[in-house]
Ligand binder design. Sequence first.
Ligand code: GTP
Ligand code: SPV
Ligand code: MN
Length: 606
Amino acid sequence: MSLTKNPNVLKWVEEMTALTKPDKVVWIDGSKEQIDALKAEAISTGEMIELNQEKLPGCLYHRTLPNDVARVEDRTFICCKNKEDAGPTNNWMDPDEMKAMLTPMYDGAMKGRTMYVIPYSMGPIGSPLAKVGVEVTDSIYVVLNMNIMTRMGKQAFENLGDESNDFVRGLHSKADVDPEKRYIVQFPEDNAIWSINSAYGGNVLLGKKCFALRIASYQGKNEGWMAEHMLILGVKKPDGEVKYISAAFPSACGKTNLAMLIPPEGYKKDGYEVFTVGDDIAWMKPGPDGRLYAINPENGFFGVAPGTNAKSNYNALASTMKDTIFTNVAINNDDMTVWWEGLDKNPPENATEWKGAKVNGKEFTAVMGPDGKPQKLAHPNSRFTAPAKNCPCISPEFDNPAGVPISAIIFGGRRASTTPLVYQSFDWTHGTYVGSAVSSETTAAATGAVGVLRHDPMAMKPFIGYNVGDYWAHWLEMGEKLGDKAPKIFNVNWFKQDENGNFIWPGFGDNMRVLDWIIKRCEGTIDAEETPIGFVPKKGDINVEGIEDEVTPEIMDKLLAVDKDLWTAEIAEMRRYYKEDIADKGGKIPDELWAQLDALEARLNK
Ligand code: GTP
Ligand code: SPV
Ligand code: MN
């Protein structure tokens, strides 16, 4: 039963069926009966493991192959006709050549398997900002995850209608999960995504990074909106007004945590509350009143498990208590619950670690691994897939088709030094420069070395679906369009360290103290110190009530310091980056950004 009469969908599904040759084609209507049957099937084949249904109702466990645990940026491609249009931050191949290479790999890849046809909407059904995708896949794990992460099923086809050709075609086959033949390929000019030989997260849940960032960023440039790697949160102030903020941090740098933060006691007492609209992706477009409105295209959270606990992120943990899929965490075999590093200090004795070995968790984690650190029961990039509606602080505006008006945009990353806790850019153009200058220490969210400082403009390096220079130009254009209604742009750094490598800012819920300053800056109710890099809080303006012991005035000075030598080095590195990594490699850097860099240097040397 094909669920739609749309000839464009039917023709494409027919072609994909002819190519991949599945034994059976199943259209996903999204009904509870169908999902329950797929869960039961996945449990019976061992693809998914049922967890304790009293403690974790509706929850399942899944383990991927050890070679398939993160996004693979070196195997991710943007295939547009002209190489220059992909730009220096993307791998590129000619679309026809890529298809010629991949077609034989897909040929017969689903023999003996079922092909699932998943219609889904990114964004609330009926929202003018929402878009439809169809993913075909041979993985039940993908279906069950897409069911949580998107508005999946019949409703998406109803939204698309019987004639439209405006949907993103996603072809996924896990094939042999061969890392040497793994490809994650976007064809922005064809609204198409081909993913093969992976069965993990961002590589295969094609609505997420592949569509909602890589394809959508390209669509946004052409259609006058923005697709960004940003959380969206609302802060309700004591006077009842809610201010919305979006924030871009690179992968595993704190978006989910900030999106769900619980304000410190003093703020709670005063009546502050935080609401989550999104934890990873924002689609933003000017609204009828000229302000920038954001929707979260997703319907769930694909969150980093390690480090999540009742104290660091109570709301995320609470979101995972039912109808959640856990991937590559550890199992506590005594009661079939889950465990990961940072959940508590009590690893289960009777554990199954993420690769599937039964171990004594206490002894296992006491042994050093090859990296000289204690072995881990859960993979550092292990994840939970949890429905957004489970989140205790989900925003009442979550399903609002119009989105929420954004007052402030925040950039950030992991920086041991140089970047202060918070600063405000002088204006949108300077803020665009600040975004282009984001760099951050790498994390386990992508394969490759961890802890290496790399440039990650707007936290979008792996996700810009076209030339980064054009992307920066698009940011500048959006600023012009928004004029004096544009959100104010800030930069934060939760990860400054002391000489011993310890974080000197408590972070997590205490980040509310920084949001407080940001909101007051947006309202124009607090002064600031003008420095060469931007506006920095005046002494005493970051509220430290309740954390005075931890954040002494000396530490606050360090947190807010703008060190001339470090910034001189930063500017030199930015010149090198703009020239060697971008301009020399075909990135057309807008003149305004070069001018911003010159102006920054001049201010610093004055
Ligand atoms: P992706 O889902 O990969 O895009 O990641 P994310 O940006 O949502 O990151 P997430 O909130 O899951 O945090 C990743 C890691 O950073 C976790 O181990 C957190 O414990 C840690 N983290 C988050 N916020 C803070 C903070 O304010 N301070 C410190 N020190 N660590 C933090
Ligand atoms: C990220 O890496 O930024 C993620 C996880 O949010 S994934 O979906 O795998 O991209
Ligand atoms: Mn992310």
